[in-house]
Design a protein around this ligand. Structure first.
Ligand code: ZN
Ligand code: ZN
Length: 448
């Protein structure tokens, strides 16, 4: 038998390594402490806890801190050991964790929002803490003075946030299903563009500063990859989850996207293959195959003495078709349709068996995941959820351990060969230089 040669890394099944129990309510955030066998968790039960792995292999709490209000979001910066916790009452609190992870000191409170904090990002270079909240706004505050620097309001709850550290661009997802791209300045901001594509509230975002890809997950169970760097407005749809997509992580080295849904589904998408954009749905007053009128087309129904039909759309060609002309279902992974969707009869005939080969692997996390984070360098994943459980999993995603890979101060694995010359940002008028060799730099010393 010929040896099988894998041109791309194969992903194996995630393996449960540890289960952390003890929270009395939903766990809203869990983060792995880099280079330590430790996890920081924040929960609706108003506690923030640091868990360290003991010799027994079990995680035990080394810090247990009670807050005034349920914890709704968290950010941790390992080099400075700063923890930022967002709460249901709208406040963001900053703490400093001791070297041995046995003590946590309160630093200051930021009056960030009027309502539940949904996401937090800390930039050491700018000395900013940026947050979004259910008061429909993004705010950024100075971590030296504690002062509010700027605020921008949206039309609905701001639910998630990503940030480009070098250029101060922020991506904010909201409950209307829209993503807004803003350029933050010291005391002002400008809206660069809005990205519309989801049919439900945005639950999570992931920005990859090297390949300049934005991924969004939403309550319409789908993921969209926005190719910001490609400058052509290219978007890829990824449909494989059966519930709200809650968390995303893109692995640069292996070009895999990991996504988690609230039903516990974990998907690993191969983004190293050529994929096709899903078509726009076409509008027509009659079936674009058999020309029978749709039910609102009274005139043609009267002229031809026929009964109007319901309109459907073929997912592959986007044509408006009647039920009879689109009776078959097929998966079409190259367009992101990992499960069977409606296709017209001619598209069905054009899909070959090999076109149905899945381009993602699906796993069962076996709990209600609300948040996931990964330590790419160690191949670890931590998930937490409404079932109050935190799971540490061997991610099953192969990670590159070659000499050219390392972990940059921002916690992202980077490959030196991938850091090339600056490329202008496609949207708007501002140049958007590429993140240069972050692995060799301290965050404060960024060039340009
Ligand atoms: Zn028809
Ligand atoms: Zn079709």
């Amino acid at each position: 038998m010929a040896a099988e040669i894998h041109s791309r890394p194969q992903s194996s099944r995630p393996v449960l390594l540890s289960k952390i129990e003890g929270h009395q309510d939903a766990v809203t955030a869990a983060l792995l402490i880099p280079k330590e066998d430790g996890v920081i968790t924040a929960s609706e039960d108003r506690t923030i806890r640091v868990w360290l792995k003991r010799d027994s292999g079990q995680y035990w709490p080394s810090i247990y801190h009670t807050m005034a209000s349920p914890c709704s979001a968290m950010a941790y910066h390992h080099d400075s050991r700063r923890v930022f916790v967002g709460q249901d009452n709208g406040a963001v609190m900053e703490f400093h964790v001791s070297e041995d992870f046995n003590k946590m000191n309160f630093i200051k409170t930021y009056p960030a929002h009027q309502n539940r904090v949904s996401a937090i990002i800390f930039s050491l270079a700018a000395e900013w803490v940026i947050s979004t909240g259910h008061d429909k706004c993004i705010s950024w505050m100075c971590t030296r003075s504690g002062n509010m620097l700027g605020r921008h309001y949206f039309t609905s709850w701001a639910s998630c946030l990503q940030y480009d550290y070098d250029t101060q661009y922020a991506f904010v997802g909201d409950y209307s299903g829209q993503i807004t791209l803003l350029k933050l300045e010291q005391n002002s901001c400008s809206v660069i563009t809005t990205l519309k594509g989801h049919e439900g509230s945005i639950a999570c975002l992931w920005w990859d500063p090297l390949q300049r890809l934005l991924f969004s997950g939403a309550s319409d169970n789908s993921i969209i990859m926005w190719d910001i760097g490609g400058r052509k407005g290219r978007t890829l749809l990824l449909q494989g989850h059966h519930d709200r997509v809650q968390s995303l992580c893109y692995l640069q080295l292996t070009r895999q996207l990991v996504s988690c849904a609230s039903d516990g589904g974990i998907a690993v998408w191969n983004m190293d293959v050529s994929r096709e954009e899903a078509p726009q749905w076409l509008e027509s007053d009659s079936c674009q195959k058999c020309e029978q009128p749709f039910f609102w087309n009274i005139k043609q129904m009267w002229d031809t003495k026929t009964l109007g039909l319901r309109q459907h759309h073929c997912r592959k060609c986007g044509q408006a078709v009647c039920g009879k002309c689109s009776s078959k279902r097929s998966s079409y992974p190259v367009m992101g349709f990992e499960f069977q969707v409606r296709v017209c009869d001619s598209c069905y005939d054009s899909i070959k068996d090999e076109d149905r080969t899945s381009l993602a692997t699906f796993h069962e996390g076996k709990h209600n995941i609300s948040h996931m984070s990964m330590d790419v360098a160690r191949g670890l994943m931590v998930t937490c959820g409404t079932d109050r459980i935190v799971k540490v999993t061997g991610s099953g995603v192969p990670t590159c351990v070659c000499a050219s890979a390392c972990t940059c101060p921002r916690g992202r694995a980077v490959n030196r060969q991938q850091t090339s010359s600056p490329v202008p940002f496609p949207v708007g008028r501002l140049a958007f230089p590429l993140h240069k060799q972050p692995c060799n730099l301290q965050p404060a010393d960024d060039p340009e």
